[in-house]
Design a protein around this ligand. Structure first.
Ligand code: NDP
Ligand code: 8X3
Length: 252
């Protein structure tokens, strides 16, 4: 094995593509997510191609589950060298006075607290092994706030701050921290945001060639395989037709 990569939220979108990419490059991949059927299906696919895979089924929002599962990783998989904090979501899109507080809690609990629980459990392992790389998937929404995005944007602003804080705090431990901020990418993201409304989800990408999950996987892999002395701190990527949250050129 080239090394061990843990990807949170590997049952769909970016996380799945990132796991596939690292597996194809000879890394052992720890894939995580709540949907066990999807994890099993990805495990079968990767194993068939000769990759080493460890599926871990848990909800990042549950501190107890995160600690229970991650503190019991089999010895052969303990030396996590790369952690991709990817699990996350947007729920709803409305003005602050009309927001659904359950949606707010889901976003804060997943995008911020979940990322923290996983990081808190894995970083000591990296420190003990003498180094590592944490890659946090933020969003352009973290710095480029848009109407109705309020709480989702705030969670990604928190991710930006935490990436910076991690870099500072872990400086003496040979741990790289990379914050990746993508713009529009067509995954299950909008389907989740609009609670299964396929038409609304599809409309987000109308007239645009959005980023794909494979694009993000290429970028994560690039960041993770630079020489030991090189660390990309922040990387923003949008489709060519996007110049920020409020600027999208649509054909037709
Ligand atoms: P998807 O909806 O396609 O995938 C999200 C992944 O996160 C799934 O594997 C899901 O797994 C996992 N996840 C969600 N909630 C939890 C939870 N509570 N516990 C464990 N896993 C969870 O979306 P994307 O791939 O697009 O999103 C990945 C990340 O990228 C997110 O952080 C998102 O905010 C960010 N992002 C997305 C952009 C886009 O336009 N698509 C742009 C910028 C950033 P499961 O449901 O099985 O638990
Ligand atoms: C996802 C991109 O612009 O929909 O983070 O917030 S956006």
């Amino acid at each position: 094995m080239n090394g061990i990569v843990m990807v949170t939220g590997a049952t769909a979108g970016f996380g799945r593509a990132i796991a596939v990419r690292f597996a194809s490059e000879g890394y052992g991949v720890i894939i995580t997510g709540r949907r066990k059927d999807r994890l099993d299906e990805l495990e079968r696919e990767l194993t068939r191609s000769g990759a080493k895979v460890l599926p871990l089924n848990f909800d990042v929002r549950s501190k107890t589950e995160v600690e229970h599962v991650l503190n019991r990783i089999p010895d052969a998989w303990k030396e996590v060298g790369i952690l991709v904090n990817n699990a996350g979501l947007a729920a709803g899109l409305s003005h602050i006075d009309q927001g659904d507080t359950d949606d707010w809690e889901r976003m804060i609990d997943t995008n911020v607290k979940g990322l923290l629980y996983v990081t808190r459990t894995i970083v000591p392992v990296m420190i003990a092994r003498g180094g590592g790389h944490i890659i946090n998937i933020s969003s352009i929404a973290g710095s480029d706030i848009y109407e109705n995005g309020n709480v989702y944007c705030a969670t990604k602003s928190a991710v930006n701050s935490l990436s910076r804080a991690m870099r500072i705090d872990l400086l003496g431990h040979n741990i790289k921290v990379t914050n990746i901020a993508p713009g529009m990418a067509e995954t299950e993201f909008s389907l989740v945001r609009f609670k299964g409304d396929r038409e609304k989800a599809k409309a987000v990408y109308k007239g645009v060639d959005p980023l794909t999950a494979a694009d993000i996987a290429d970028i994560v892999y690039f960041c993770a395989t630079l020489p030991a002395h090189v660390c990309i701190n922040d990387l923003t990527v949008t489709p060519t037709q996007q110049a920020g949250s409020g600027f999208v050129y649509r054909r037709g």
